[in-house]
Every structure is written in C-alpha cells, then in structure tokens.
Design a protein around this ligand. Sequence first.
Ligand SMILES: NC(=O)c1ccc[n+]([C@@H]2O[C@H](COP(=O)([O-])OP(=O)(O)OC[C@H]3O[C@@H](n4cnc5c(N)ncnc54)[C@H](O)[C@@H]3O)[C@@H](O)[C@H]2O)c1
Ligand SMILES: [Fe+2]
Length: 386
Amino acid sequence: MTAFSFATVPSLIVDYGSARRVGELLRERYRATRLVLVTDRFLNESGLLRPALQSLANAGWQVNVIDDVVADPPDHVVLDAAARARASGAEVVLGLGGGSSMDVAKLIAVLCASSQSLDAMYGVGKVEGPRLPLVLMPTTAGTGSEVTAISIVTTGATTKSGVVSPVLYADLAILDAELTLGLPAQATAATGIDAMVHAIEAYTSARLKNPLSDMLSKEALRLLYPNLLRACRDGGNRQAREAMLLGATLAGQAFSNAPVAAVHALAYPLGGHFHVPHGLSNALVLMHVLRFNAPHASSRYAELAETLGCEFAAQAGTDEKAYAFIDAMEALVVATGIPRTLREVGVAAADLPMLAGDAMKQQRLLVNNPREMTEQSALDIYRAAL
Ligand SMILES: NC(=O)c1ccc[n+]([C@@H]2O[C@H](COP(=O)([O-])OP(=O)(O)OC[C@H]3O[C@@H](n4cnc5c(N)ncnc54)[C@H](O)[C@@H]3O)[C@@H](O)[C@H]2O)c1
Ligand SMILES: [Fe+2]
C-alpha cells in the first residue's frame, strides 16, 4: 500500500438545533469568558444568530460579535478583524457562518495568539502558531471549512491565496443543520455543488489520494447527490439539509488531505475578478474540466458513476461509465437552474486570456489535477464555458 497520512479536527458534534445550546457546549470545554464570534453582517442582522447569542449569554460568555466578514474576504478585512479581536482580549474564537466567516475566524485565532504576520502564512505549512481555541459552525453546506486546514484570502485586488496548515484545524466543529434551513435555493445549489466538487477532486487527486479520503468522498457524494435538488426545492426539508451538511463536512475532511485541483484553480479567478460566488464559479467550469480530465481519470469517474448509482448497460465499459458520471453531474447542475455560462455572470471573450493567465498562478492546486493543465488548455476550457 502507498504510505499516506491523514488529519482532521479532533471533535465533531452533529446535532440538529445545537446552536441553541452552543453556550453550554462551549462552557463544558472552556473556563474562559471572553469570546469573539466571527460572522458576516447579513447573518448577524437576519436574526439567524439570535438563539446562539442567547445561549452564549445564558452560559456566561462575554461575546464580541465581529460581523464585517465579506464574501471572498480580502486580507485587510482579516487584519482589521484580528486587531479588534485582540483589543477585546478574546480568549476563544467561534466562527459561525459560511466559508468566508469560518476562514476569517481561523486566521483571527492565529493572529490573536502569535506574532507571525499574515503575509508570512500564505502557502503550505507556513503557520507557526500558537492560536486561540477555535470552534467552527457552518451555515452553508458547501466549503467544509469547519474541518479543513485551509483559509482562502483575497490578496491584492483579485488574487485568491491559500493559507494551508494543520494549525488551522479547529478544536471543535459543530454541525447544526437548522442553521441552513433558510439558505436560498441558488446559494444552496452553488454551495452544494462546491461540496460535490471537493469530493470529486479529492477522489481524483493526483497527489495525496488516500483510502480514507476516498471513503469520505464516496460517502459525501452518496449524501449530496440525491439531496441537493430536494434541499433546493424544499429548503425546510430537515432530512435533506442534514444530509447536505454532513456530506459537505465529509467532503471537507477528504479534500483537506487529498487536495482539490483544476476546477478550483479555474474557479478562483472568476471570484477574484468578477465576484462570482465560490460555489457558482466552480459550477461554471466543472463540466468542462471533467471532460478535459476524462481521458486521464476515466476509471476514477467510472467508480464515481457507481457511487452515484448511475444506470448503464451490463456490458458498459470504463469510458461509458465515466461519461455516465459526467452526464449525471451535468443533469444535476442544469436541474438546479443556476447560471450555466460565463457570459451570464458578466465575463466577455476578451477577458479569457487574463483569466487563463491567472489560473496558472494556482500551481498549489494544478499539481493535483489528474491531467496536466497548460495555459492553453485553461483558455480552451474558459472558451467552452463562455
Ligand atoms: N477553507 C476552505 O477549506 C474553503 C474551501 C472552499 C471554499 N472556501 C472559501 O469559502 C468562501 C465561500 O464560502 P461560502 O460558499 O460558504 O459562502 P460565504 O461564506 O461567502 O457566504 C455567501 C453568502 O451566503 C450568506 N449565507 C450564509 N449562510 C446563510 C444561511 N444559512 N442563510 C442565508 N444566507 C446565508 C452569507 O451571508 C453570504 O452573503 C470563499 O471565500 C471560498 O474561497 C474555503
Ligand atoms: Fe471549494
């Protein structure tokens, strides 16, 4: 067997309604009193956090809410938020929101306890630590950030940079699917497809693919594939929401160890330049990258066709099964009704060479792709996606 290593968060609570008890859950673990809750303004003002805030107050926590996280958080937002958290004497960090809020919470936990600069943390394995105790609660079933060792920050005007380090594994992740009931259909679709892409790219990762990530990816797809449309069409469907949230977390555990690849590399410039939400930018390039990869990943895709329960003739060969998988993914994306083309999100043909050039900067991800991606192939994929 090929040697491998695998890491994940040490504790996970999966419990519907647990945000209503988060104060006690944290009290059982920590003696501290000053907690910083990291979220975004919409979530804070929407009232979604009210039961959690009530529970924290009841359990004696002094809570400082930092709610200026924005989607695809820029570095100055992270630094400002960290300075305020430090000034408030934060002892515990709770990230409660989508991937953007959880990613910022991770970095705040480090920046509050360590003298290392954020600039020195970009890349793989650069974070020195220590960090404050860190608890993460997702409100989207998408990024899996609650169980990944990754934070994605927008640096400069448009570049998405990753901080990847075991120091970023939270101490505790809490999954409360009740928090996701109100997520609108389009956001449910986009974030759910992000989660599926994590599972697919982990399963086909050219580096660090391992049996535990494989198992998690397949189970994630078994949960996500049949429940995505159910969650989009009936947001209040508790079972579908629970399956989506657990599926996204399992996919996060998978790709935190068997990293994602070209779908993400080509998606990031769309977020950086056109502010396309992360999940949607993945969905826009997904089908084209799968078709590009197919000649080099057909047996993996064929295995995933079996996982999704695709139907094919008894004598179907590997290629036929691989294309059954790609077709099933395409049918799912189409059925969600989210935008299908780059044009629909404001991209013009003249932008494509710049996007392809930018995608090439994501070598951290491209090295994991099952097929080598040149700038020309990236351009061809963007053209097909236009
Ligand atoms: N750390 C990782 O491992 C990892 C992995 C993939 C992506 N990311 C990053 O995560 C970010 C994307 O995160 P995301 O897709 O979760 O979106 P997000 O956190 O940017 O949130 C998107 C929008 O959805 C809203 N929202 C969130 N939860 C809601 C709810 N329950 N009900 C109603 N509205 C809700 C938010 O207020 C926000 O307006 C990107 O910056 C991406 O690069 C990180
Ligand atoms: Fe992602």
